[in-house]
Design a protein around this ligand. Structure first.
Ligand code: HEM
Length: 490
């Protein structure tokens, strides 16, 4: 029934492929795959076919995992699907295949991942706390001065944090060259890593079409993007080298690597260049969803603020030292990862060897998609899944499935930046709640306007720009934001 059968090499037990919708001749299920919210379609198919779906497309077979159990069983406990598919356009043509994030699991990936993992140890993150606090103080000031642009302020915050951590370079504004070169390279490229990319990104032969050929606009597009990607990798790295030679480099991930000299410079450059794209848009998406959740759920907001008021010293803003005494903020952050997962379909995995799972055969060459969205919306995991309700994790005896078990991926490809992201989200969420009230926008008659905010469709699910009211909680809160930004911000 499935075209993928021709690819079966070793299936001694003659297990069947997982079930799925009936494919068409030649195109398989390609035309049945919606480019809009495919996670919803996969969830619909789940009702008919079960947790594990098999689809054939012009790009090769796809297995969709619709439950946490299947993700844990196949992606966490086994290593057969720990690879990535080849991204022709985003990887080979544009040049992002130097990044470890989408790189196939080869030696370069292994080295790059090792470099990143050791740089993101808990100890390293702890020593970065003062910088995280300082950057957040300035972000609060920006929100106070221009509350309607809160999303741009959050983008600048996460961008400057990651540039400082990676290169020890300070970014003052969103016009800074270091932010601009990253955005110019990353923004237009993200689409090529989205789940739909497996469909459009399937003709390696197209790489050899000359760029003057009619209709080969994508080749010209790739050429322009490739230059931007090179700039993104090279400019900050070379600046650190210059600063190092001049003896003025600030401690950073890159400086440490250059000084240690353990790894090839190409590996150092690639791992540093993997950080921005992995860290910024993901963290911003979580923080923008936080602002939306607070506007929609004022009771949660008040409860979190009450906890902060009780724990944090009067006349001060929250710090990392307060974290253990702010359990409700911890629950709120957890619920944020569940309520609106940043990567609805995770990042694509790829099977490098034949394997079986739950009685089904998973052939080598299959792209594996964890449908994270389905897990977050499954009523057998979460009561009233649409509701933003941090209390669902409160009681250890009855707590619902912890989203940190799936929102950051699985196995050898699991996100090495989870604790860094978590620290950034904690300090931003706690600081914003300490200083501001967030509420729904109002119309000209002063009536609240309902918020129904669409989310971006690509790889990352971020709320589209939306209006809400962000006001300092009191005059004292406003002046606290101003003075701490003067004293501790950067
Ligand atoms: C809310 C924020 C974030 C979320 C939800 C997130 C989620 C993920 C997910 C789902 C993956 C793919 C895992 C898999 O394939 O199974 C991933 C990979 C990765 N993430 Fe994150 N991430 C976040 C922030 C960060 C940050 C802040 C950094 C760096 C400081 C980072 C660095 C990376 C890297 C380097 C990879 C590639 C790992 C590999 O392919 O071996 N991420 N992330």
């Amino acid at each position: 029934r499935h075209y993928g059968t021709s690819k079966i090499i070793s299936n001694p037990r003659r297990l069947s492929l997982p079930p799925g919708p009936t494919p068409e001749l030649i195109l398989g299920n390609t035309r049945q795959l919606p480019l809009h919210s495919p996670w919803e379609k996969f969830s619909e198919w789940r009702k008919k076919f079960g947790d594990i779906l098999y689809l054939t497309t012009i790009g090769g077979p796809i297995v969709v995992l619709n439950s946490y159990e299947s993700m844990y069983g196949l992606l966490q406990c086994k290593s057969s699907s720990a690879n990535r598919p080849v991204f022709q356009m985003g990887g080979k043509m544009i040049g992002f295949d130097r990044m470890i994030n989408i790189r196939q699991s080869d030696e370069k990936w292994k080295t790059g991942r090792k470099i990143i993992q050791s740089a993101l140890s808990n100890e390293a993150i702890r020593s970065f706390y003062p910088s995280l606090e300082g950057a957040t103080r300035t972000c609060l000031l920006h929100i106070l001065e221009h509350p309607d642009d809160f999303k741009a302020h959050l983008e600048l915050l996460t961008g400057k944090i990651i540039v400082l951590f990676t290169y020890g370079l300070k970014v003052e504004s969103s016009q800074d060259e270091l932010i601009a070169i990253n955005n110019e390279a990353v923004g237009p490229s993200l689409a090529y890593f989205a789940p739909g990319a497996v469909l459009v990104d399937t003709f390696p032969i197209l790489r050899h079409v000359p760029s003057w050929f009619p209709g080969a606009g994508f080749k010209r597009h790739a050429k322009i993007l490739r230059q931007k990607v090179d700039t993104m990798f090279d400019v900050p790295f070379n600046r650190v080298k210059t600063n190092m030679a001049a003896g003025i480099a600030i401690p950073s991930f890159t400086l440490e690597n250059l000084q240690d000299g353990i790894y090839d410079e190409s590996d150092q450059l690639a791992s540093a260049g993997s950080m921005y794209i992995a860290a910024v848009d993901t963290t911003v998406a979580a923080l923008a969803s936080f602002v939306l959740a607070m506007a929609l759920y004022p009771d949660v907001q008040r409860k979190a603020q009450a906890e902060i008021d009780e724990v944090v010293k009067h006349g001060a803003l929250p710090t990392f030292e307060d974290r253990d005494r702010l359990p409700y903020i911890g629950l709120l952050i957890k619920e944020l990862q569940r309520w609106k997962p940043v990567l609805n379909l995770g990042v694509l995995h790829f099977a490098t060897t034949d394997d079986d799972y739950d009685g089904y055969f998973i052939p080598k060459g299959t792209t594996v998609l964890p449908n994270v969205w389905a897990v977050t919306q499954d009523e057998s995991n979460y009561k009233d899944p649409n509701r933003f309700w941090p209390e669902r994790f409160e009681n250890p005896e009855t707590a619902e499935l912890d989203p940190y078990k799936y929102a950051f991926g699985f196995g050898r490809r699991m996100c090495p930046g989870m604790n860094f992201a978590d620290a950034t989200i904690y300090i931003t969420v706690a600081s914003i709640l300490a200083a501001f009230n967030i509420s729904k926008p109002r119309d000209e008659n002063g009536n609240e306007v309902e918020l129904d905010v669409p989310y971006t469709q690509g790889l990352i699910a971020c709320p589209e720009n939306f209006k809400c009211i962000i006001r300092p909680r009191s005059e004292a809160a406003a002046s606290l934001v101003r003075t701490t930004a003067d004293e501790q911000g950067w």
